[in-house]
Design a protein around this ligand. Structure first.
Ligand code: TYD
Ligand code: MG
Length: 417
């Protein structure tokens, strides 16, 4: 019986799929749609792939609608449909007017259609009428399908609606961009259930009180997830920031203690940021520790290393740490700059603003090597830094003669102090 059914299956499948040698597999390079926004295209891996389903996630109010409406206004020679379940057509128009105000132009896109609608069945009717070449849906949490009997935003609604858009994208070749809200800790179930259905998950993040926004790809079937896009939110929309380091480094006073510049990498992109610290005697019983944009546990670990391995008495001190620009940094290469900023504030001695740092600190106080050190050095050189401190274990992979910048090789942090 078993053998028979197995045989039948192979016979029926023979017609559909036959394993091929990889060098015999052919495909034609699909032409991507350029969004008209360099930073967005960079994150996508060179534009939107036809028939793809993309999710743009982010906290409410971070600028997702702005980004996609701005993109919709910038895409050239394509018919677009922008469906909003959150805003009326008038509101969308008002926002669009604000976005193009910068150039004192009027909204001139004849091929951009907007509609306020929440039911997928109606949306597909509008799609039949408009026949768009790119569809934008804002946001998936507000959309419902008549096939599912639960409220908008519930997991079953989100899953079903996403599947319907996926089917539409795959059968027609029209790419679909979905917006999805996530909370700060990313716990809301919605976008999580969508992640495996969609082709790419882009995340828009930043601190709402600051202008900087980072667009990253958490998943991308058509490109690398190492690229990030950087924007600045202005009164009239998002501005692309091709050179973030130049903007992030404040023009600080040479005599100010408690600041050090870290040469970090976000994805494949060098970003030089200022780490600021304030160390003072604890006024209350328990010393306070606070970090903005940096992991608290990592800060506590670094303070313990400074205390135990290097003999700095920080146990009775309040320590505050801040990453300038409202950014969040996960690159371990920032450790050395954090330690230097803390000590600089502790002993009230400034670190030269022309120095920068890129190394991880180990539990024994050892200065550890970081990835892509050449790229960091090249950027530091370009930005005109005088000296860069890195781990001596990175020495082998660099050719010092190529750079003007002086390179300080460090073994342990205590020696450095
Ligand atoms: P929005 O795109 O509505 O966020 P999301 O869709 O992610 O919820 O934008 C949110 C904030 O951006 C809003 O509070 C105001 C600000 N903003 C500007 O600063 N400048 C602008 O040009 C626009 C359109 C918005
Ligand atoms: Mg919105």
């Amino acid at each position: 019986m078993k053998a028979e059914s197995g045989k039948r299956r192979t016979e029926s499948e023979k017609l559909q799929s036959v394993p091929k040698r990889i060098d015999e597999v052919t495909y034609s390079e699909t032409k991507r749609i350029a969004t008209g926004c360099g930073e967005f295209d960079r994150v996508l891996g060179g534009g939107i792939v036809p028939g793809s389903l993309l999710l743009l996630g982010g906290e409410p109010g971070i600028g997702k609608s702005t980004l996609l409406l701005q993109t919709a206004l910038a895409v050239k020679d394509k018919r677009l449909l922008y469906v909003s379940g959150e805003e009326s057509e008038q509101q969308i128009k008002m926002r669009a007017d604000r976005l193009v105000e910068r150039g004192k132009r009027k909204v001139e896109r004849e091929e951009l259609y907007v509609v306020s609608e929440t039911v997928t069945q109606r949306i597909f009717e509008h799609i039949d009428a408009v026949k768009p070449e790119l569809l934008i849906v804002d946001s998936i949490q507000t959309i419902t399908t008549e096939d599912v009997d639960s409220p908008a935003g519930s997991v079953s609604q989100i899953r079903q609606c996403t599947t319907e858009f996926q089917h539409y994208a795959k059968t027609t070749g029209v790419p679909v961009l979905l917006i999805g809200h996530i909370t700060k800790d990313g716990t809301l179930a919605g976008p999580k259930v969508m992640e495996h259905i969609v082709d790419a998950v882009l995340q828009f993040e930043g601190d709402r009180h600051y202008g900087f926004r980072i667009l990253r790809a958490l998943k991308n079937r058509f490109g690398s997830t190492a690229e990030i896009g950087i924007f600045e939110m202005l009164g009239n929309g998002l501005r692309e920031v091709p050179n973030p380091s130049e903007l992030l480094l404040s023009q600080r006073d040479e005599n100010l203690s408690g600041a050090a510049v870290a040469a970090t990498l976000e994805g494949a992109r060098p970003m030089f940021i200022e780490v600021q610290s304030l160390v003072s005697s604890a006024v209350y019983g328990t010393p306070q520790r606070n970090a903005n944009g940096f992991d608290m546990r990592r800060l506590n670990m670094l303070l313990a290393v400074l205390e135990k391995r290097c003999g700095f008495k920080l146990g009775a001190k309040d320590v505050f740490l801040n990453i300038a620009g409202g950014l969040r940094v996960n690159d371990p290469a920032i450790d050395l700059a954090v330690a230097c900023a803390v000590l600089s504030s502790n002993v009230d001695m400034p670190v030269s603003p022309r120095y920068c740092f890129a190394a991880e600190l180990g539990l024994n106080g050892e200065v550890r090597p970081v990835s892509r050190v050449e790229q960091r050095i090249a950027e530091a050189d370009r930005l005109g830094f005088e000296r860069m401190f890195i781990s001596k274990y990175n020495a082998r992979s660099i050719d010092k003669k190529r750079y003007k910048i002086e390179i300080g090789l460090q073994g342990t942090f205590c020696m450095m102090c």
